[in-house]
Design a protein around this ligand. Structure first.
Ligand code: NAD
Ligand code: TYD
Length: 354
């Protein structure tokens, strides 16, 4: 079996669903179920014996050691993290706890397990760490996209905590020989994305007749990748990646935030026109900028294509259309997720920005 951490979150859950769709191999899914973890996403697996869900913390060494032993795990894929930049600005403590201390404890449990393996099982074992392009910092308009040899220059508490975890993973390979792989991916979007992040927030606010908040001038650039393409990249790296290497993952889809929001509005204008005849773009509202807001991210994904033959299947245009349609078709999931905790966050974060 494989052990997936954070498999009830946005990317982890998409990964688990895709994995079990195309593969007979079972998954142990270890997730703490923070505000970002949602078991409803995995409802289709409820009676699937190949999926074992365990609520717990990656920092709980005893629990992780027991799971590794009990299920004779052959690979660990580490998605578990605090992942939202704005939350990391309001409260960085949890980011250090999970992303840094949690990853350290996970690595130690995995190292002890791997040390005790023998022969083929030891040689075949893999630890794949899922990370972000944000560790490289920010680019100017004319800089080349981030390659794997760029310096780490994280600017937010989130990216600093992810950078620290990447360094731990690297050191556990160089010092202890742990068979690790690291992926650094650009911004993901797609089904089951928690609506605190730009794309799902804009889709749902538009439909609810609420303001579409643009930070600063809206000219910050992100490099968007459809989540299923990220999942296929992770499967490729897990199967064929060279030990100790890092692979940048991206879709060559650089877009300014304002353009992303206009694209969503025009898709909604076609799929769900407003009764009063106005366009969704009229809901766009400029709000106070994020402190330390990185101006541009862009990923050079040529190493992954050259060495392992991976390419994304979706363009931004095809992926964003599918995503908007998914949110229109899955109102149950949406209303469940927009209750409770999430509402309090909206009030706290946007309440004093307007
Ligand atoms: P997410 O916030 O949607 O999900 C994170 C999941 O981890 C949640 O289910 C949460 O309950 C779980 N979790 C949090 N702390 C935990 C702990 N201590 N122990 C066990 N589980 C815990 O995040 P996501 O967007 O799915 O991102 C997954 C990974 O991919 C993260 O490591 C993130 O840094 C990385 N990444 C994300 C993006 C993106 O655009 N979302 C891009 C590149 C890389
Ligand atoms: P986000 O989805 O939070 O991802 P990240 O910060 O990891 O890139 O934000 C994407 C971009 O959209 C980022 O430049 C911040 C911006 N943004 C807004 O303009 N308004 C919003 O309400 C949010 C959540 C983000």
């Amino acid at each position: 079996m494989i052990l997936v951490t954070g498999g009830a979150g946005f990317i982890g859950a998409n990964f688990v669903l895709d994995w079990l769709n195309g593969n007979g191999e079972g998954v142990i899914n270890l997730d703490k179920l923070t505000y970002a973890g949602n078991l409803q996403t995995l409802a289709s697996l409820e009676s699937d014996p190949r999926h074992v869900f365990v609520q717990g913390d990656i920092g709980d060494r005893e629990l992780v050691s027991r799971l590794l032993q009990e299920y004779q795990v052959r690979a660990v894929i580490n998605f578990a993290a605090e992942s939202h930049v704005d939350r990391s600005i309001h409260g960085p403590g949890e980011f250090i706890q999970t992303n840094v201390v949690g990853t350290f404890n996970l690595l130690e449990a995995v190292r002890a397990y791997w040390n005790a393996l023998e022969g083929e099982a030891k040689a075949a074992f893999r630890f794949l760490h899922v990370s972000t392009d944000e560790v490289y910092g920010t680019l100017s308009a004319t800089d080349a996209p981030f390659s794997e040899s760029n310096r780490y220059e994280p600017n937010s508490p989130y990216s600093a905590s992810k950078a620290a975890s990447d360094h731990l993973v690297r050191a556990w390979h160089h010092t202890y020989g742990l068979p690790v792989l690291t992926t650094n991916c650009s911004n993901n979007y797609g089904p089951y994305h928690f609506p605190e992040k730009l794309i799902p927030l804009v889709i749902l606010n538009a439909l609810a007749g609420k303001p579409l908040p643009i930070y600063g001038d809206g000219q910050q650039i992100r490099d968007w990748l459809y989540v299923k393409d990220h999942c296929s990249a992770i499967r490729t790296v897990l199967a064929q990646g060279r030990l100790g290497e890092t692979y940048n993952v991206g879709g060559w889809n650089e877009k300014a935030n304002l353009d992303v929001v206009h694209t969503i509005c025009s898709i909604l204008d076609t799929l769900r026109p407003k009764a009063d005849g106005t366009g969704y773009a009229e809901q766009i509202t400029y709000v106070q900028d994020r402190p330390g807001h990185d101006r541009r991210y862009a990923i050079d994904a040529r190493k992954l294509e050259r060495e392992l033959g991976w390419k994304p299947a979706e363009t931004f245009e095809s992926g964003i259309r599918k995503t908007v349609q998914w949110y229109l078709d899955n109102q149950d999931w949406v209303s469940n997720v927009t209750s409770g905790n999430y509402r309090q966050w909206l009030e706290q974060h946007y309440g004093n920005k307007a």
